[in-house]
Design a protein around this ligand. Structure first.
Ligand code: ADE
Ligand code: ZN
Ligand code: ZN
Length: 298
């Protein structure tokens, strides 16, 4: 292989690597933040149930395994379409019946479908006291916690034609990447470096302060599901595609360079989505693991 073609090969390998990297959910930090925030809002019943279900590798902390579905995504290929849902190009709304299918057209194989499925698995095991293990509830808990995070990433509800921004090549400051990766990782990474001494705990603490301060009046509406449902991913997906249109795709055409003005105006959106993801994950787990006695008393 000549020197020129060697370089070309390395270049191609880097692009492939970036594309593979780009299709993951929120990056490790984003999922860690969502699950850490959720932990602070769990009831005792939910904490006890979760403790029983966590694998040893979690070391007792849900946040440690919230990225697990991304780690096995390419190994368990069937799980890959469950991380996102795409709408028809330039349609800024979401409809379950129209949009929830994989690329082969199989129904219910999308992030909102997966959230319903894993909620049902956990709830049926806990509330119908189904004693025989029909499902792997440890995996169900890790999938559900991860996918509630993913559905809050605006570009996980993006357009079909650009794969939720994965095929929109942009520059993030001086680095070549794609728009999807900017929203999964780069905004959070740059924020950590610029504002949080590269420490995710500092970022999480600031989001928690915002929750108890600026967003305090919104929490109950974030937590609630219409008609007393256990889980309600529909509004989360609708919010995401609407934010994708208004903020993610806006001024981020192929070949554009995104820098301070994009970063500083989108960071508050990302922080609010991490907060909403955490609050709603906790509310969902609390409903799933609420004991029957307490439900009857209510
Ligand atoms: N692949 C296709 N669409 C995608 C999306 N919206 N997010 C992540 N991966 C995808
Ligand atoms: Zn992603
Ligand atoms: Zn994911």
């Amino acid at each position: 292989m000549g020197g020129g073609s060697g370089l070309l090969w390395i270049g191609r390998a880097l692009i492939v690597f970036q594309l593979i990297n780009g299709v993951l959910g929120w990056g490790k930090e984003g999922h860690f933040a969502v699950c850490k925030i959720a932990e602070g809002y769990l009831t005792e019943d939910a904490l006890a149930a979760i403790k029983e279900l966590l694998p040893d590798s979690a070391e007792g902390d849900l946040a440690n395994v919230c990225s697990w579905p991304d780690e096995i995504r390419f190994h368990l290929r069937w799980s890959s379409p469950l991380h996102y849902i795409d709408t028809p190009d330039f349609k800024c709304n979401y409809e379950y019946c129209r949009d929830c299918h994989d690329s082969a057209g199989r129904k219910d194989r999308c992030v909102t479908g997966a959230i319903y499925n894993y909620t049902m698995q956990l709830k049926s095991a806990y509330q119908n006291s189904v004693s025989e293990a029909k499902y792997n509830l440890t995996e169900a808990l890790m999938f559900l916690s991860h996918f509630i995070g993913d559905v809050h990433q605006p570009l996980h509800v993006g357009f079909t034609g650009d794969l939720g921004g994965n095929s929109i090549i942009v520059r993030w400051f001086r680095r070549k990447t794609n728009l999807h990766h900017v929203w999964d990782n780069m905004i959070i990474e740059s924020a950590l470096k610029t504002f949080y001494s590269s420490n995710i705990t500092n970022m999480i603490q600031t989001i928690q302060w915002n929750i108890t301060d600026g967003w305090a009046n919104d929490i109950s509406s974030w937590e609630s599901c219409k008609n007393n449902h256990t889980v309600c991913p529909e509004p989360y997906a609708s919010e995401s595609i609407s934010l994708a249109c208004k903020y993610a795709y806006k001024n981020a055409t192929p070949g554009s360079t995104l820098k301070d003005d994009y970063f500083l105006s989108r960071l508050p959106i990302v922080e609010k989505r991490l907060a909403q993801g955490g609050i709603r994950l906790a509310a969902t787990l609390n409903r799933i693991f609420a004991s029957q006695i307490k439900i009857a008393e209510a």
